[in-house]
Each structure stands twice: as structure tokens, then as C-alpha cells.
Design a protein around this ligand. Structure first.
Ligand code: MN
Length: 313
């Protein structure tokens, strides 16, 4: 019998859980999962520590050691610490605590605004929201998203929404703002609105669906003389882990879809989402009917699509 303890980033723990999905046994208190293989019993704790125990723990641990942050135990050399900063990585306990999450929509779409939604979720609501099917809006159809968004409102989940309309987007872009900076400032204002709206209710953390390195995000804030609120964390694919981020993504997506409907009506042409050839053809139609100036109010004009539309003119 031997045992090895290692610490892993959350993504790896989730990877492990699905890797061992057919070997899972009952989960002890405080653990994320426990699995039993012919070599070892693997117990993963919310702290990020994973315990490998049994006849040949090394066999299981070896499958993951290149992803571990630190490793202690028999016959194992300590691994070098990951270079990436982890102070902005949330503890897995955040997902089951009171927290704020934020996500955006519309950033890759030629037409339409960028929208950012933030939601404040209390731990007692998390199970219910999960059961209702609140999850990453990328995996949901537009009608489902709209329905869920109504549910979020009905349940009085505190949320905030900010919209960067195309005129303003194009102005900022001309001024030299990157899309990353726009997104950072939008997340920042959505989160601050929400914090005020909730009367600064106690929260265990703020989770931003990561779109750039935390250091880069901080620099964006700094360039506009803003500071990061306390206990702010970043992670990629956060909407798959956090109900608050998932709710934020649904709010953002619903607003984006609604704004697209309004713009389509205003222009008198159905505006497609995304940035495909269909978009290029639609750009050409708009230019023919209304002139290139009309794009300022409905498109992210610096996207390559504007030039690509020339071949349809
Ligand atoms: Mn996102």
C-alpha cells in the first residue's frame, strides 16, 4: 500500500472525473469525486489536492503528473511549480458559494453589438438553476435561451446587462481600443452595476469568463484608471463550471439576439449572425441599398468582412 498526494488545476480535476467516469464510487464529504481502479483509489478534494491510495498509486498518478502543480509522496520527485499565476484561479468551492459571474456575447459576430451579462447567484439557488437547465448559452438554441432568460428574471436573480452598440464600438475601435479592452471595460461595468444593485451583498468571489490573461485585463482597467474588485477570478470555459457565469451568458446572449432583431428591422434586411460568406453578401446588399455609412450603426466595420463584401458589389 502506498499513497501519493498531488495538487492539480481545476480543469485537470474535471478531466480526471470524466476519465474515471466508469470507476466512480460514492463521493466522501468535501470531495469532488472518488474513483476506484485496479491500481488505486483516487480521491479528489475541493482544495485541488488529489489522493492516490492503494496497491499501485503511481500507475494512476503518472497519468496526470505532467499536469500537477505539486506532488508529494513515495518515490516521486517534487515537480516544478506551474509558471502561470494562480491567484486569479478560483477554488472549486466558489462554484457552490454566493458569487458573481460574467460573460459576453457578440464579439465574433460582424453585425450587432457586444453585450455583457453578469449575474449574482446565492448558493441556495444553484441546484434549482442547474435543474432548470441554466448552462453555457453556446450549447443552447435561441428560443431556449430566451425562455431561460425569462426564468432568471422571474426568479429575481440579480443581474446586470451592458450593451456596446455599434456606433460606439466603431468609435472606440478608431480611437485605438482593441476588442479585448472593450470587453474588459464592459465586464468591469457590468460587475460594478451588479454589485451596486445587490447593495454589496456578501459574495465569495467574482468569476469572469476568461478572454485574455488576467494581467492583460488588469492593464486594461489601469489604462482607464479602474481597479479590479476584490476576489475577482478568471477561468476559461467558466460557464461550464459556474451557474452565475452561465446565467450571465444567457442574459448576454438574449440581449444580443434581441438587438439583432431590432437592427434587422431598422435596416430592413435580416442580419445574419457570425462572420461567414452570408454576412459578406448581406454587407453588399446594405451598401447597395443604403450606402457604406449605414454599416456604422449595425456592424463592427473593422472586421475583414467589410473588405470581403467588395466581391459581391
Ligand atoms: Mn465567454
Amino acid at each position: 500500500m502506498g499513497q501519493i498526494v498531488a495538487e492539480f488545476p481545476l480543469e485537470t480535476i474535471h478531466e480526471m472525473k470524466s476519465y474515471y467516469q466508469h470507476s466512480l464510487t460514492s463521493t466522501p464529504q468535501g470531495a469532488i469525486f472518488r474513483a476506484k481502479t485496479q491500481h488505486a483509489v483516487i480521491t479528489s478534494y475541493r482544495s485541488g489536492k488529489v489522493l492516490f491510495q492503494g496497491g499501485s498509486p503511481q500507475t494512476e498518478a503518472n497519468k496526470w503528473t505532467d499536469k500537477s502543480k505539486s506532488l508529494t509522496g513515495s518515490a516521486t520527485k517534487p515537480k516544478a511549480k506551474s509558471k502561470k499565476s494562480t491567484i486569479y484561479t478560483p477554488s472549486p468551492t466558489l462554484f457552490t458559494s454566493n458569487h458573481i459571474g460574467s460573460d459576453e456575447a457578440g464579439t465574433g459576430d460582424y453585425f450587432g453589438p457586444i453585450t455583457v451579462g453578469a449575474a449574482y447567484v446565492e448558493k441556495e439557488q444553484i441546484e434549482l438553476l442547474k435543474e432548470m437547465g441554466i448552462k453555457d448559452s453556446k450549447n443552447l438554441t435561441d428560443p431556449t435561451i430566451k425562455k431561460l432568460s425569462k426564468e432568471i428574471i422571474r426568479l429575481k436573480i440579480p443581474y446586470s446587462l451592458v450593451i456596446l452598440h455599434n456606433e460606439k464600438y466603431n468609435q472606440l475601435q478608431k480611437k485605438g481600443w482593441s476588442q479585448g479592452k472593450m470587453k474588459a471595460m464592459l465586464h468591469h461595468s457590468a460587475i460594478n452595476h451588479l454589485k451596486r444593485k445587490t447593495g454589496d451583498s456578501p459574495y465569495d468571489g467574482i468569476l469572469i469568463d476568461q478572454f485574455c490573461e488576467p494581467g492583460v485585463y488588469l492593464n486594461y482597467l489601469k489604462s482607464e484608471k479602474r481597479t479590479l474588485p476584490e476576489k475577482t477570478y478568471f477561468m476559461t470555459k467558466a460557464e461550464s463550471y459556474s451557474i452565475a457565469v452561465a446565467a450571465g451568458s444567457i442574459i448576454a446572449r438574449t440581449s444580443f439576439v434581441n438587438e439583432m432583431d431590432k437592427l434587422s428591422e431598422k435596416i430592413g434586411i435580416e442580419l445574419p449572425k457570425g462572420a461567414s460568406n452570408k454576412v459578406d453578401q448581406t454587407i453588399a446588399r446594405i451598401i447597395r441599398r443604403k450606402g457604406e455609412g449605414a454599416l456604422q450603426s449595425c456592424a463592427k466595420v473593422h472586421f475583414a468582412n467589410t473588405k470581403k463584401a467588395n466581391k459581391y458589389l
